[in-house]
Design a protein around this ligand. Structure first.
Ligand SMILES: *Cc1c(COP(=O)(O)O)cnc(C)c1O
Length: 383
């Protein structure tokens, strides 16, 4: 094909298309903040917290500076520290275990389920035993709603309850998804999410939020996000952070929240179409009973023996970008290699790292672009 006739690459995610759709509504929201000049703790911050509480059904929403801070602040509020073990899946973005390690506690990595890529409760049970054998005190579990699909929150809650752990849901990729008809944000003690631009609900920079029904935890989190302030502003009562969400980002998120459900519906249509076009060739994502997804990623598994690098290159040549989430699970990374792993090892995570690959996924992928992705995958595998 002539160089000039080659179609534009399919965007992996398309923030620019969303920006065009939002147009003046976002410009106006930003202009209002520029006018009132309350760049920190402005009215939009509290309006957003209220809107997110209404959306999720959580009693309290505490916005914050990032998804990582959202996780960290909950662990800080619960005084998690040295000698404590926090169980988390190894097949996740590094921030899940990083927040644990930053408190001085020990992340104990557990395996994930082959079908959903979410935490495997049998491995979780083994991980709790492993932690105790090492002289650590298991205090919490962080299930992750990976790639947008809700984890099996009832199964996690049952183990947590039996073992006396609190649950901190990492919904950085899954906010907006539901479990047995209930939106994420109300499972466990608290839920953390991220508004990083590439997440399903993203802002124009960094941001995050914590959801909880616990009054005391919400108060502690509001103190932690302002350096641990107490009622006397000159007497800080605990350690904290500069953990606030900028007013500008809150104003942008208020506009994006208005179109979020529509975007999630389109993501689901794209996922269904991919599954129809690819299901007989590769392992397409499976939604567990009672779980929905907001499709932060559309991650397929290639047939055993496929050369993934060659497959990615073949798609790239057709203008179809891919990414591998995750080439290395947390326990395989330099910074985390010395932390304990659940007894029995993490074989599913290790095998996923070898054969997963993620395809373009966003709500602005029209059917022609979807067909190009499907054709490129089919072509690469039949070559
Ligand atoms: C993105 C992400 C985070 C961290 O969010 P940031 O806002 O980038 O700090 C945490 N956990 C998971 C699973 C994520 O995907």
């Amino acid at each position: 094909m002539n160089q000039h006739m080659r179609p534009e690459p399919v965007p992996f995610i398309d923030i620019a298309a969303q920006r065009r759709r939002l147009g003046k509504s976002v410009d106006d929201a930003v202009a209002r903040v520029l006018d009132h000049c309350q760049f920190v703790n402005g009215p939009e911050v509290f309006a957003l917290e209220k809107a997110l509480a209404d959306y999720s059904g959580a009693k309290h929403v505490v916005s914050c500076a990032s998804g990582t801070d959202a996780l960290l602040m909950v662990l800080m509020a619960k005084n998690v520290g040295p000698g404590d073990a926090v169980l988390c899946p190894t097949f996740t973005f590094c921030a899940t275990g990083e927040a644990v390690a930053l408190t001085g506690a020990t992340p104990v990595f557990v395996d994930v389920d082959e079908e959903t890529f979410n935490i495997d409760v049998n491995s979780l049970k083994r991980g709790i035993v492993t932690a105790r054998t090492r002289g650590l005190k298991p205090v919490a579990v962080i299930p992750v709603d990976l790639f947008g699909q809700s984890a099996d929150h009832d199964a996690v809650a049952a183990v947590a309850e039996a073992e006396g752990l609190f649950v901190l849901d990492d919904a950085a990729q899954g906010f907006g998804a539901s479990y047995k008809g209930r939106k994420l944000g109300t499972f466990g003690l608290a839920t953390a999410t991220s508004f990083f631009p590439a997440k399903p609900l993203g802002c124009f920079g960094d941001g995050g939020a914590i959801f909880t029904n616990d009054d005391e935890l919400a108060n502690t989190l509001r103190s932690i996000r302002v350096h641990g302030q107490g009622s006397d502003k000159y007497d800080n009562v605990r350690l904290g952070l500069t953990g606030r969400l900028d007013t500008m980002q809150a104003a942008i998120l208020l506009e994006k929240l208005k179109i979020f459900d529509d975007e999630v519906a389109v993501r689901n249509q794209v996922a269904e179409r991919y599954a129809r076009g690819l299901g007989n060739l590769v392992t397409v994502p499976r939604l567990a009973t009672g779980c929905t997804s907001v499709w932060a990623q559309y991650t397929i598994r290639l047939p055993k023996g496929t050369d993934r690098a060659a497959f990615a290159a073949a798609l790239q040549a057709q203008g179809v970008p891919t990414a591998v989430y995750y080439v290395k699970s947390m326990h395989q990374q330099t910074a985390y290699g010395t932390f304990p792993v659940a007894d029995g090892g993490l074989p599913t995570s290790e095998s996923l790292s070898d054969d997963v690959i993620s395809l373009p996924m966003h709500p602005y992928l029209d059917e022609a672009a979807q067909d190009r992705v499907i054709a490129a995958v089919r072509g690469a595998l039949s070559a």
